[in-house]
Design a protein around this ligand. Structure first.
Ligand SMILES: [Zn+2]
Ligand SMILES: [Zn+2]
Length: 292
């Protein structure tokens, strides 16, 4: 009887740490996964791997104008999100969020971001998405392009992702697609990544056209230094990037999860060499992990 209780206790003490250790090894293996290189090849890009074990590799790829990057983000429950960003050369003057399937409005807010209602009888209608924007006129301009509408409305079908979100933020376009349950990071990058890049390329081409048209028309907000995250003028108390000094509305910084400049170390997907030096505590923690 006593030995059975002892065995149970041993089991309870030993198994949970083993499972935790296995989980951590499984997740960590991800950052060197061949799926990143497969995506880089598929989109004619290059793969940048950070030293050490932290952080997702970043796949850089060319866009019609500007720079594209893709990386993986870890979601709760061991699932992965494939995130692609396009950094455009010009500001297209508005912010928007497009979600498929429809989702409640965002927690962060670029000033003036509000739900947009586009009805089924209108050309700009998307059947499977919810829309928010700071400028309905400019969002409608974008949605008038049939090919763009087809890609956005079919986000779940084209990417194979159960849910996807597109954020248009002044001069940055972000596409996030949640990989199906049970997929490793490599499979997510290899199979969801190319569709994410396709959507980014399409949107960047359209939005660069829009930016040029706005510039030609001498759009007032864009002439006076606008916020790089939404295109509107910044009136008071901006967030100033500690790396490059770019001012952003605080809500726009939240929306971008960092700076809007691709060359800045404070951009959410800054290339490994451009990341700011890590805090001493983080280095110490990593040394402990290496030693264990
Ligand atoms: Zn802004
Ligand atoms: Zn910056």
């Amino acid at each position: 009887m006593l030995w059975a209780v002892g065995a149970c206790l041993c089991f309870l003490v030993v198994v949970p740490p083993l499972v935790a250790a296995w989980e951590s090894v499984r997740m960590r293996g991800g950052s060197r996964d061949v799926g990143f290189w497969a995506l880089a090849r598929a989109v004619a890009g290059s793969c940048h791997v950070p030293w050490g074990r932290r952080g997702s590799p970043v796949v850089r790829f060319p866009l019609p104008v500007g720079e594209g990057r893709a990386r993986a983000l870890r979601q709760g429950g061991g699932r992965w999100i494939v995130e692609g960003r396009a950094y455009l050369r010009s500001n297209f003057g508005f912010a928007a969020r497009i979600c498929a399937p429809p989702a409640p409005p965002a927690r962060w807010r670029a000033p003036g971001l509000a739900v947009a209602r586009v009805y089924p009888e209108e050309t700009e209608h998307l059947q499977h998405c919810s829309l928010e924007t700071t400028d309905e006129r400019l969002l409608r301009w974008l949605l008038r392009h049939a090919e763009t509408r087809r890609l956005l409305d079919g986000l779940e079908g084209t990417t194979g992702a159960p849910s996807a979100e597109v954020t248009l933020a002044g001069s940055v376009v972000i596409v996030r697609a949640l990989a199906p349950r049970g997929w490793g990071v490599g499979a997510a990058m290899e199979h969801v990544g190319p569709a994410v890049v396709e959507v980014l390329r399409r949107l960047s081409a359209d939005l660069e056209d829009l930016a040029s048209a706005l510039e030609d028309a001498g759009d007032e907000a864009l002439v006076s230094a606008p916020c790089a995250g939404c295109g509107a003028t910044i009136e008071a108390d901006p967030w100033l990037c500690p790396g490059c000094g770019t001012p952003l509305h605080r809500g726009c910084r939240e929306m971008l999860v960092g700076c809007a400049q691709p060359s800045c170390g404070h951009a959410a997907d800054a290339l490994p060499a451009r990341r700011p030096p890590r805090a001493a505590a983080e280095v110490f923690e990593e040394a402990l992990l290496e030693g264990s």
